[in-house]
Design a protein around this ligand. Structure first.
Ligand code: AHM
Ligand code: MG
Length: 361
């Protein structure tokens, strides 16, 4: 062994620790987490398939600038009315491919598909559904900036072609997570027992445990919002932004990819917001495969996520692609934004009361 100045005993301990860390792969971690559950093997296999999807997407992204036909638009528009990028289509298909013949997932629904994709051959045994956003932060794709994939795991119910069983509140999610395609590829997940992060070791092709039981600080300096929409927000959001602009201790961070922004907040605290606008009162983000899975994670980490008037996880969707305003992050920072909303609602109701009392009966 090279002379590191450490005693042999200490070197042995270091070696053991680093081996132990290298062997804490995602599938082993899921098995450990779920050891009391009869579903442990299935969920470990399911998370392994999601990890494979992440690796395939990461591999393609890492070479995107070197290959023809990877970047740019397809010329199609998706069900959301947004221009589809070639990477959106690729990533969407990857999630479908990894679950074919898996016996694990019999229905997938995503931002890129109007209707769920059924895998009937998995259904006699497949007990899960997967809701996902294959590429979150699409506008970053062609600029080699951070991107993500978001996923929510649910219990399979209902028959083929029936969307209704997917319209559940976020509380019914069995698990959720995201893959962050940044300088390194990370996978962050929760199966209802804390939030855990993994980093892809490209030399091993494995996601290795980075941090267990992540806890979001109750307050953070970061506020993360597209301030270009200021002119079309409702007054409480403008008031909040005016407040942070004139108060020491706040700093703005907004990348255009929510997974990246939420990852920072998960680790360091703060608040991410995508409020409704006059053009889009429900905001931009989709409940089932964007807001709800991230809300599941942040709650597991001790934070909160709300529409402004209701906890995100309590919202029962009426439509597969339903949008929702989102305020997510550290408990105290979310509460601060809410205080502006409540204050505004109170002032409005006081004004209505006064004008009603002045109207001759
Ligand atoms: P996408 O899934 O189509 O990329 O949309 C979601 C993304 C979020 O990641 C990000 O926070 C937001 O849209 C950015 O939108 P905007 O450019 O309006 O700020
Ligand atoms: Mg998205």
């Amino acid at each position: 062994m090279a002379d590191t100045g450490l005693s042999n005993e200490l070197q042995d301990v270091h070696l053991e620790e680093s081996l132990e860390r290298d062997c804490t792969t995602l599938s082993r971690h899921v098995l450990q987490q779920m050891q009391m559950s009869p579903e442990a093997q299935d969920l470990s296999a399911l998370m392994n398939r999601i990890a494979l999807a992440g690796k395939l997407i990461a591999r393609r992204l890492s070479r995107a600038g070197l290959m023809a036909g990877v970047l740019g638009f397809t010329g199609e528009t998706n069900i959301q009315g947004e221009s589809v990028k070639k990477m959106d289509v690729y990533a969407n298909d990857v999630f479908i491919s990894v679950f074919k013949q898996s016996g694990l997932v019999c229905r997938l629904a995503s931002e890129e598909m109007e209707l769920p994709y059924e895998i009937p051959e998995n259904c006699p045994i497949g007990r899960y559904t997967l809701l996902y956003d294959p590429i979150d932060g699409s506008s970053n794709t062609d600029n080699n900036l951070s991107l993500g994939s978001i996923f929510a795991i649910g219990q399979h119910q209902g028959t083929e072609g029936d969307v209704t069983p997917l319209l559940n509140s976020g509380r019914k999610q069995i698990g959720a997570g995201y893959i962050l395609y940044g300088p390194s590829t990370m996978l962050v997940y929760s199966l209802g027992q804390g939030v855990h992060s993994f980093t892809l070791d490209p030399s091993l092709g494995e996601f290795i445990l980075t941090e267990e039981n992540i806890k979001t600080p109750s307050h953070g300096a970061v506020y993360s919002v597209n301030e270009g929409n200021f002119w079309q927000w409702e007054e409480p959001f403008r008031e909040y932004i005016r407040y942070v602009h004139r108060t020491e201790g706040y700093t703005a961070r907004y990348s255009g990819a929510m997974v990246s922004d939420v990852h920072r907040i998960l680790l360091q605290g703060g608040v991410f917001m995508y409020p409704g606008t006059t053009k889009k009162p429900e905001g931009k983000l989709r409940l089932l495969y964007e807001s709800a899975p991230l809300a599941f994670l942040i709650e597991q980490a001790g934070g909160r996520a709300t529409t402004g008037t209701q906890e995100i996880l309590d919202v029962i969707p009426e439509k597969l692609h339903q949008r929702t305003p989102l305020i997510l992050g550290s408990k105290d920072d979310v509460a601060l934004v809410e205080s502006f909303i409540r204050e505004h609602a109170k002032n409005e109701s006081d004004r209505t009361e006064i004008s009603r009392s002045r109207t001759p009966q």
